[in-house]
Design a protein around this ligand. Structure first.
Ligand SMILES: C=C1C[C@]23C[C@@]1(O)CC[C@H]2[C@@]12CC[C@H](O)[C@@](C)(C(=O)O1)[C@H]2[C@@H]3C(=O)O
Ligand SMILES: O=C(O)CCC(=O)C(=O)O
Ligand SMILES: [Fe+2]
Length: 353
C-alpha cells in the first residue's frame, strides 16, 4: 500500500473516505408545506431521517440570491478585511477553526447572533451594509419558515397548542437564542491520497430545535441514516430548496420520537477541476436561555422520560465545552429503569440531586 504524506496545511484536518457516486440520498423527503398532509409528512421525515427538504416554501428567490451574492462578495474580499471581524469566539469571522476545542475544517465562515429578527450587537457586524441588510431580510424569512415547520411538527404529533414548539424559537415575548452562519468551502487544491476527501465541517448534530440550511449548487453535505448503522449518504445539492435538520433539543422535547441528524460536509478537491466552492447559509433556531427543555408530558403517553430536564442555557454551555463529534445528549439521558421501579426511582433521584 502506498501511503502519501498529508500536506502540512491539512495536518489537523481529518480526511474522509470519498463516497461512491451511488451512496447518494436520492430519496431525501421533499415536503411541500402548502400541500395536503404536510404536517404528517414533516413528522414522518423527522422520525425516519431527522432531515428533509422543503419545496414551494414561498421564500422569494430574490431574498436568497441577494444574500448569496453578498456572501460570495464577502468571502472574496481581502483577507485583512475578513479578519477585521474575527477571530470567531464564537461569533465573527473564522477560518479552519470551529468552536474552542480543537475542531478544524477546510472552510471559512461568519457566525452571527440574531436578536428577534435582525443581527444582534452581540456579534461583530460585517462592515458591508449590503451584507447586513441581506442577512436581516433573509433571517426574517427563516424565522417564518422555522415557525411553520415547528407548527407542523406540533400538529403532526398532536401537541397543543399548535404554537407550543414554534413559540420557543419565534415567540414574541421571550428573547430566543438564534444563530446565523455563512460557510464557504473552497475546493482543496492540495494533493490528497486516492479516494480521500478533506473534512469541510466535521460530523455533528445541531444542538438547537431546528436548523434550516440552504446552499448553492455545490455538493458536499452528507447525512448519517438513522437505520442502516448510521451509513453516510451524500445529499444532492438543490439551490432552490431549504433543508431542515432536527436538532438535539427537539429530540428531547419529543422524548426521542424525532431524532437529531448527524451531518457533515466534505470539501471538494482539485482546484483545476472546475469544482465549485460551496457556499451555505444556516439559520439555527434555539429557545431563550432560560427555556426548560424536557420531554413534553403530552408526548409521554405513560412511558418514562428518556432525558432529564435542563435549560437551553445549560445545554449550550455544555455544548461549547464539547467537541463537534461528541454525543452531547448522553450526559442528559435518564438511566434505563425497570418500568415498575421507575416512579420510586424518579422521586428519590430528584430528592437527592
Ligand atoms: C465545536 C463546536 C462548534 C459549535 C460549538 C461546539 O463546541 C459544539 C457544537 C457546534 C455547533 C454545531 C451547530 C452550529 O454550527 C453551531 C453554531 C452550534 O450552535 O453548535 C456550532 C458551534 C460553533 O461553531 O460555535
Ligand atoms: O455548511 C453546511 O452545509 C453545513 C454546516 C453545518 O452543519 C453547521 O454549520 O452546523
Ligand atoms: Fe450543522
Amino acid at each position: 500500500m502506498v501511503v502519501l504524506a498529508k500536506p502540512a496545511a491539512l495536518e489537523q484536518i481529518s480526511l474522509l473516505r470519498t463516497p461512491e457516486p451511488w451512496e447518494t440520498m436520492s430519496g431525501v423527503p421533499a415536503v411541500d408545506l402548502s400541500g395536503p398532509g404536510a404536517a404528517d409528512h414533516v413528522v414522518r421525515a423527522c422520525e425516519r431521517f431527522g432531515f428533509f427538504s422543503v419545496v414551494n416554501h414561498g421564500v422569494p428567490a430574490g431574498v436568497v440570491d441577494r444574500l448569496e451574492a453578498e456572501a460570495v462578495r464577502f468571502f472574496a474580499s481581502p483577507q485583512a478585511d475578513k479578519d477585521a471581524s474575527g477571530p470567531a469566539d464564537p461569533f465573527g469571522y473564522g477560518s479552519k477553526r470551529i468552536g474552542r476545542n480543537g475542531d478544524m475544517g477546510w472552510l471559512e465562515y461568519l457566525l452571527l447572533a440574531i436578536d428577534r429578527d435582525a443581527l444582534s450587537k452581540a456579534s461583530p457586524a460585517p462592515s458591508s451594509s449590503a451584507l447586513r441588510e441581506a442577512i436581516n431580510e433573509y433571517v426574517v424569512a427563516m424565522r417564518g419558515l422555522a415557525r411553520t415547520v415547528l407548527e407542523m411538527v406540533a400538529e403532526g404529533l398532536g401537541v397543543s397548542p399548535r404554537g407550543a414548539l414554534a413559540d420557543m424559537v419565534t415567540g414574541e415575548d421571550a428573547a430566543s437564542d438564534q444563530v446565523f452562519r455563512l460557510n464557504h468551502y473552497p475546493p482543496c487544491p492540495l494533493p490528497l491520497p486516492p479516494s480521500c476527501s478533506v473534512t469541510g465541517f466535521g460530523e455533528h448534530t445541531d444542538p438547537q430545535l431546528v436548523s434550516i440550511l440552504r446552499s448553492n449548487g455545490a455538493a458536499g453535505l452528507q447525512v448519517a441514516l438513522h437505520d442502516d448503522d448510521g451509513r453516510w449518504v451524500s445529499v444532492p445539492p438543490n439551490r432552490n430548496a431549504f433543508f431542515v435538520n432536527v436538532g438535539d433539543s427537539l429530540q428531547v422535547l419529543t422524548n426521542g420520537r424525532l431524532k437529531s441528524v448527524r451531518h457533515r460536509v466534505v470539501a471538494g478537491s482539485g482546484s483545476g477541476s472546475g469544482l465549485k466552492s460551496r457556499v451555505s447559509m444556516i439559520y439555527f433556531g434555539g429557545p431563550p436561555l432560560a427555556q426548560r427543555i424536557a420531554p413534553l408530558p403530552q408526548l409521554l403517553h405513560g412511558s418514562s422520560p428518556l432525558y432529564r430536564e435542563f435549560t437551553w442555557g445549560e445545554y449550550k454551555k455544555a455544548a461549547y465545552r464539547s467537541r463537534l463529534a461528541d454525543n452531547r445528549l448522553a450526559p442528559f439521558e435518564e438511566p434505563p429503569v425497570a418500568a415498575a421501579a421507575h416512579h420510586h426511582h424518579q422521586h428519590h433521584h430528584q430528592h437527592w440531586s
